[in-house]
Design a protein around this ligand. Structure first.
Ligand code: SF4
Length: 495
């Protein structure tokens, strides 16, 4: 079961996050953490573990430039504590100064999951209430449902022109039996992801679970396909040698691979060409050293052993210099290629915007770990005991935590001796993902007491259960406050 199946509508869990980095080109979040001015606790604790292009968002955040965050929710059941993580992510981005968008994917729920409109309306209300209760500011941000957003639907239609059925087959495994509305819901979702950039292109982050990554890859690809002014055209305005032009053209053809791995200049054939160039420079250097070695019939170092020391040294130095020159030219070439590529991208986008095009910036994404179910295994909406719904009675929430599986040992004695297995404990996850809130010290204390054998599961669960009960009470009180004000919202609750 260590497959990494990324199916946005499936029920797969991702058991090996490392493979996501290797196979799908998602980058480790750790590498960008320092660039985020005031990271969220889910980022600090590694719950948000991966990203694509989040650097662009962090940079806009630091420089006070426009940026946005968007999340979609499919209203197929009650919102639960797993969804709370995503609510928190979008709310935090709003508080950091981004334009925040939260949307209800009702078309998707209807077409891909077959829910009736009545069911969808009921769940929509519940999702919106919890989002507001957790702190989303509806006046500063944007709340909408897919079915009533004409602009999103128009954009979806345009994007549909660039997408074709073979891609749907390749990306999502659609086949001859897949209904047309399901396909439409995919382009609608692509339109949602690009919607924040409709008036003005800007870095946009989509917080998602790793199973949603196929959508991100497709949206990033479509975002650049919408350009009628190509990067290669942009390059025409730079002064480039023929070789560089050739490289750029190849790089443009391989732009998907390039977009997957922007830090790596060796993309596709262009990469092979550059790598060959480097290899021949290195081989030439090694060959020269070997030749000089043989000439002296002595190991090269110390060089004083050469018979004709001066002559050999001179010859050697000249050769080394020549080859180093080659290597420097190669390195300069790589740098210039990178710089030019970024500049060309920017220019192509700008021309696009000036001519009334979209000029989309490929959207960024961040990826969070899935919460483990309280009964072990996957947290699932369809297994009530595995999750805590945000609508559960506080006492029921208390009871579910008390009944949860733990990473504890067989006996208290063994636990004191060896410590608990916090890393495998769903109760510890509750502390880290939710109950400790922003308090890192508290989360750390629970962890250390557990693994050090100073914390036993009975008391630990009692504390977690009480905190959960309190959280649900507070949350539901806030939901009630919002319930009274829902009519004031500019949102169509009834389809
Ligand atoms: Fe889990 Fe707490 Fe038991 Fe540790 S002490 S295994 S964190 S329930």
């Amino acid at each position: 079961a260590d497959d990494v199946a990324l199916d946005p509508w499936g029920s797969s869990t991702v058991s090996d996050y490392r493979k996501l980095f290797e196979e799908f080109g998602i980058e480790q979040f750790d590498e960008v953490l320092d660039e985020v001015p005031d990271p969220h606790y889910l980022m600090r604790r590694g719950v948000i573990f991966g990203h694509r292009d989040y650097r662009a968002v962090a940079e806009a955040m630091r420089n006070d430039e426009p940026w946005a965050a968007l999340s979609g929710f499919m209203p197929t059941g009650d919102p639960h504590i797993g969804h709370k993580m995503v609510f928190d992510e979008i709310i935090w981005h709003q508080q950091q100064g981004g334009d925040a968008y939260a949307l209800i994917a009702d078309l998707e729920a209807h077409s891909a999951r077959g829910l009736t409109w009545d069911e969808i309306d009921e769940h929509t209300r519940d999702y919106i209430l919890s989002l507001l209760a957790l702190g989303f500011d509806p006046e500063a941000g944007d709340l909408y449902r897919q079915s009533t957003n004409r602009e999103v639907q128009n954009l979806a239609f345009e994007l549909g022109i660039e997408a074709n059925f073979s891609e749907f087959q390749a990306i999502y495994g659609f086949d001859g039996e897949t209904d047309v509305s399901h396909m439409e819901s995919v382009v609608t979702q692509m339109a949602d992801i690009l919607y924040p950039q409709l008036d003005e292109p800007k870095p946009t982050v989509i917080p998602v679970g790793p199973d949603q990554d196929p959508h991100m890859r497709f949206a990033r690809d479509l975002s650049t396909r919408m350009r009628f002014f190509k990067v290669t055209d942009a390059f025409a305005s730079f002064e480039l040698t023929d070789t560089e032009r050739e490289l750029v053209a190849i790089a443009y053809d391989h732009r998907e691979e390039y977009a997957e791995d922007p830090d790596q200049p060796r993309c596709g054939e262009a990469g092979e060409w550059l790598a060959d160039y480097e290899t021949s420079a290195t081989e030439a250097r090694n060959g020269a050293v070997e030749k000089l070695d043989n000439a002296g019939k002595e190991p090269l170092r110390p060089r004083t052993r050469f018979l004709d020391r001066n002559a050999t040294d001179e010859a050697f130095d000249a050769l080394v210099e020549e080859i180093d020159g080659e290597k420097r030219r190669y390195e300069a070439h790589v740098d210039a290629f990178d710089l030019d590529h970024a500049a060309a991208e920017e220019l192509a986008r700008q021309v696009e915007v000036d001519h009334g095009g979209y000029g989309f910036i490929p959207p960024s994404s961040i990826y969070h770990r899935f919460m483990t179910g309280l009964t072990g295994g996957k947290m699932s909406s369809s297994i009530p005991a595995s999750h805590i719904s945000l609508l559960d009675d506080p006492e029921e929430g208390y009871d579910k935590v008390k009944a949860a599986t733990t990473g504890g040992r067989e006996t208290a004695e063994e636990q004191r001796e060896k410590g608990g297995k916090a890393d495998e404990c769903p109760v510890y996850e509750l502390y880290a993902y939710l109950l400790s809130g922003d308090d890192d010290e508290f989360a750390k204390e629970v962890y250390e007491e557990c693994v050090g054998g100073d914390r036993l599961c009975g008391g630990c669960k009692e504390q977690a259960a009480e905190l959960m009960e309190q959280f649900l009470e507070d949350h539901q009180a806030k939901r009630e406050e919002w319930e009274a004000k829902l009519d004031e919202l500019d949102f169509e609750f009834d389809s």
